[in-house]
Design a protein around this ligand. Structure first.
Ligand code: ADE
Length: 418
């Protein structure tokens, strides 16, 4: 078996951490049990480019239980949990190509190694694998039935390809399932971002001014959790609707140019490039902490910051100091990469349960329907969302009401009015 992981030394720890995650993933466990009985993915090779975490490991085991040959490479150089990668190779015999801290060249070599496994279905978190299949690995694209995409940034890239009619195969935007973005993006990013910043710095949030750059689902989640920790929250936005929502959610809203001089902690979650740049860094207070929780490490213009700095040094693990002057130092967390995965463990398993239930069902959907799917971006049927939500509620022991026949008739009729 071909693979590339850092070491097998901590494989045992990886096994334990995967088992720990699995305990909080009841929906994926149910899917795995069904997959093990019915083998809906029998004989298929699936290449996944995802964060190599204990939660992803449970997804990989699920695909394998369904009869697939699953191969995994990392979707981010800093998110790989080496113990988990080792456990997947050693215990589950699932090929993994991922090493924590790998350089760009190794990152892309790993993607190529995943493509070399000849997948018919691919899974992405950020669309790097799909992009490779439309650039240097185009020949392999002819074999692909379809792909799935985990995250907002990836879906934006895919829709840009769709608009230009470039897509060579259909893609399912898993991110767009309600049971994904309402929960993973909001509660997952909300909690794990605060967790990452706390673990990296051990700051006291109470009384801090937290500047949340971008009020999408992830920004909403982080704003909510930062507020819950006692921070005074400022939101910056470019979209008037979202800005208005932030105002009515009770946050202060202002341009980043003004927030730059006021904030203690800055967190970017826009999916866009250079949202904190030279003039903003130049205006920051001494001790300002700057982190990114958007998918790519392009949101903070670190080249600008470096140019502004006299000196940089590692202040503590995951915290780099940029000395702007004798009296002013700004600290960047996790090299500007996803702080929740670089400095913590990413989203908790309980929320990845629903995201990865969507991924597993999306793979099954592609297997069943790829012949009739257009080469565009699709979303999973709403019934699957409802099924996943119902299963999650059941696992949580929460019961809900049913419509009475009278209520169902009322909702269905158009004649009953005033
Ligand atoms: N994305 C965010 N958190 C994650 C996790 N724990 N595992 C996989 N992908 C993630």
């Amino acid at each position: 078996m071909n693979y590339d992981v850092a070491s097998f030394q901590r494989a045992r720890e990886g096994v334990q951490r995967i088992a720990w995650a699995e305990r909080s993933m009841p929906v994926l466990r149910l899917i795995r049990q069904r997959f093990a009985r019915t083998k809906p993915l029998r004989g298929l090779t699936i290449a996944a480019c995802l964060h190599v975490t204990s939660e992803t490991a449970v997804l990989m085991q699920t695909l394998k239980a369904g009869g697939a040959s699953a191969v995994l490479c990392a979707s981010n150089p800093l998110s790989t949990q080496d113990d988990v990668a080792a456990a997947l190779v050693k215990v589950d015999a699932i090929p993994v190509f991922a090493r924590h801290g790998e350089d760009r060249k190794t990152y892309y070599r790993h993607l190529q190694q995943a493509v070399a496994a000849k997948p018919v279905i691919t899974m992405d978190d950020g669309a790097d694998l799909v992009t490779l299949l439309h650039t240097s690995e185009q020949r392999a694209a002819a074999r692909i039935w379809g792909s799935t995409e985990e995250t907002t940034t990836g879906v934006i890239r895919l829709r840009s390809m769709e608009k230009r009619k470039l897509l060579k195969f259909p893609v399912i935007a898993v991110n767009d399932s309600a049971t994904k973005h309402f929960f993973d993006n909001r509660y997952g990013t909300g909690q794990s971002t605060v967790d990452g910043i706390t673990r990296a710095t051990n700051i006291l949030w109470a009384g801090k001014v937290a500047v949340i750059v971008g009020y999408g689902w992830c920004g909403r989640g982080v704003a909510m959790r930062a507020k819950g920790m006692g921070a005074r929250v400022i939101v910056t936005e470019v979209d008037p609707l979202r800005a208005l929502e932030a105002v009515m959610d009770g946050y202060e809203v202002m341009p980043i140019a003004r927030a730059a001089g006021v904030g203690d902690v800055f967190i970017t979650l826009t999916g866009n490039t250079s949202v904190i740049r030279r003039e903003h860094f130049a205006a920051m207070k001494d001790g300002a902490l700057v982190a990114n929780s958007g998918h790519f490490n392009v949101e903070l213009d670190l080249r600008d910051l470096k140019k502004l700095s006299r000196e940089t040094y590692l202040a503590r693990q995951h915290v780099r100091a940029f000395v702007l002057s004798k009296r002013r130092t700004v600290f960047v967390l996790g090299d500007g990469r996803l702080v929740n995965l670089a400095a913590a463990e990413g989203h908790p398993a309980a929320v990845m349960d629903m995201s990865f239930a969507n991924q597993a069902l999306a793979a099954e959907f592609v297997k069943k329907h790829h012949r009739t799917m257009d080469k565009r971006v699709h979303v999973l049927p709403t019934e699957l969302d409802h099924q996943i939500a119902a299963l999650k509620l059941k696992a949580l022991g929460i019961r809900i009401d049913r419509l009475t026949p009278k209520q169902a008739r009322y909702l269905d009729s158009w004649t009953a009015g005033t």
